[in-house]
Design a protein around this ligand. Structure first.
Ligand code: ZN
Length: 138
């Protein structure tokens, strides 16, 4: 079940060019950077209340984020909803004929499990669902 928005993903060419805006201008709490090898990105996370802002920088030419930047340039990339049962939600979405990019959860940043819904099924808004690590290993 979806419980809240967890984070908003923003695609950038270089984290260092954008960290000052979120940290110093908006004054958000900076949680640091992390590399997610599976997705070939480096992410920087900021806290805005319960919701996080996730900046995504590609670490390789064949990263999905590198391809996104080539096609669309920098900007809003995805919205991520938090769930307490990621596999249950995936199964539920599929029953409703929703197209999934990921039919099985995969590793996200900060010890989360994540899955993306295909934009064709979500009004062109790339939509992620994510579950925090501790509950994922039940
Ligand atoms: Zn994300």
């Amino acid at each position: 079940m979806i419980t809240q928005i967890n984070h908003i993903g923003i695609a950038v060419q270089a984290l260092d060019d954008h960290i000052p805006f979120y940290r110093d201008v908006l004054g958000l709490e900076f949680s640091g950077t992390e590399e997610v090898e599976d997705q070939k990105v480096r992410v920087a996370m900021f806290k805005a209340g319960e919701v996080q802002i996730e900046l995504l920088e590609p670490t390789s030419e064949d990263s999905p984020i590198a391809k996104y930047l080539q096609k669309k340039g920098e900007g809003m990339h995805h919205i991520a909803y938090e769930t307490n049962d990621i596999q249950g939600d995936i199964d539920n979405f599929r029953e409703q004929q929703i197209r999934m990019i990921d039919e099985l959860p995969r590793e996200g940043a900060h010890n989360t499990k994540i899955a993306f819904i295909h934009p064709k099924s979500s009004g062109k808004v790339l939509t992620e669902i994510c579950q925090k690590g501790e509950a994922a290993n039940e």
